[in-house]
Design a protein around this ligand. Structure first.
Ligand code: HEM
Length: 341
């Protein structure tokens, strides 16, 4: 079996059937990365980007912005209209757009939120959350293929705590310390958003003897912090045990740089942390992940290669999953993804 198990296929089918048409817009997310950086530069210098003619020197990204503006508009509008349509049909699931629209329709609610605000919040949440979370999940799958010993260790812990008759729940979290190490190591090994978003210094500052003038653009090197040899032994190795206290590990600090810093720290980090935990706990308790097999019966060892993108994205790689037992296969067949989402 290559690439996907039947349960994943069902999940993908359910998502294709139900999900708003957002996938084609991922390209606009990458384009917006360049636009963001250029816009920071122009707005910092009080240049009204909108009014620059297309022949103006240095307007490369402005022309990109003009070209992609209709796509960005669709990116805000289409998923929003999809939810509004589902609400009219009575089939909408609880979500940010549905709850904000309901609040908007409630005359007693004390709110000055507009439709534009709701569209903007939903589009921002999607664009900030999807590439980063999927990046972490694919790095996790890669780590499980390359390190079956840690996959087995996490599965033994899950079996002891959760058993095979039910799926993991958030209540189990405190009883699964190794699983937490594995997730922390996934985020440290290849942080999904290694350079974050540029910040601006509000005042003159001095850091370790270096003068940083007010108004400087600061790009934090989260990846450098996660791979700092003074903090992490063998930083390029995937070693989840590094966080365990001695003698099991080296008691190294849990990574935090991947969430960013200060006022602009990722506001979706608690959401992302919970979704990563439940996804990884469920995958490990139900499925075995292994290398794909080529047509000659040889294992394919995937390469750690990344593609250019605002979030750090692994180049697609083949892998194989199968239910861990007959019991688990039965459990999976009872989960009707299409009904829940
Ligand atoms: C593993 C998943 C994620 C990682 C590693 C991550 C990381 C980051 C980082 C590094 C930043 C820039 C912080 C800074 O400028 O200092 C950021 C910004 C942001 N993130 Fe996340 N993020 C993740 C998931 C999410 C999710 C799921 C959401 C929404 C539900 C989200 C919403 C946002 C938003 C709205 C911003 C912009 C905040 C601002 O500029 O003020 N993120 N994220």
């Amino acid at each position: 079996m290559t690439a996907m198990s039947y349960s994943q296929t069902r999940l993908v089918q359910a998502l294709q059937k139900r999900a708003p048409p957002v996938a084609p817009f991922s390209i606009s997310i990458s384009v917006s990365a360049g636009i963001i950086n250029f816009a920071v530069l122009l707005t910092k210098n009080h240049i009204l980007v909108e009014y620059l003619p297309s022949w103006f020197p240095g307007t490369y990204y402005v022309n990109h912005a003009r070209k992609w503006a209709p796509k960005v508009k669709e990116f805000r509008d289409l998923p929003f209209e999809g939810v509004r349509h589902q609400m009219e049909q009575g089939s909408a699931k609880p979500c940010l757009v549905a709850s904000e629209l309901e609040a908007l329709g409630d005359e007693n609610a004390d709110s000055n939120i507009t439709i534009g605000d709701i569209k903007g919040a939903a589009a921002t949440t999607y664009s900030a959350g999807v590439g980063t979370t999927s990046s972490a999940l694919s790095v996790f799958v890669m780590a499980m293929i390359l390190h079956p010993e840690y996959q087995a260790q996490a599965q033994a812990e899950l079996d002891a705590v959760v058993g095979t008759q039910r799926l993991p729940e958030f209540n189990d979290r405190d009883s699964l310390p190794f699983l937490q190490c594995l997730i922390d190591e996934t985020l440290r090994w290849f942080s999904p958003f290694p350079a974050g978003i540029p910040h601006l210094s509000m005042e003159d500052d001095v850091y370790k003897g270096m003068f940083i003038p007010k108004g400087s653009t600061i790009i934090a090197n989260a990846r450098g912090m996660s791979w700092d040899e003074k903090v992490y032994a063998n930083p390029f190795n995937f070693e989840p045990t590094r966080y365990l206290p001695a003698p099991l590990g080296r008691g190294e600090p849990r990574p935090v740089a991947h969430w960013g810093f200060g006022r602009r720290i990722c506001p979706g980090r608690h959401f992302a942390d919970s979704s990563l935990w439940i996804a990884i706990a469920t995958i490990l308790s139900t499925l075995s992940i292994s290398k794909a097999i080529d047509k000659d019966g040889n294992e394919i060892t995937p390469e750690l290669t990344f593609v250019a993108s605002i979030a750090s994205q692994l180049k697609p790689f083949p892998f194989c999953t199968k239910p861990r037992s007959e019991e688990v296969a039965k459990l999976l067949s009872q989960v009707d993804v299409a009904d829940d989402y």
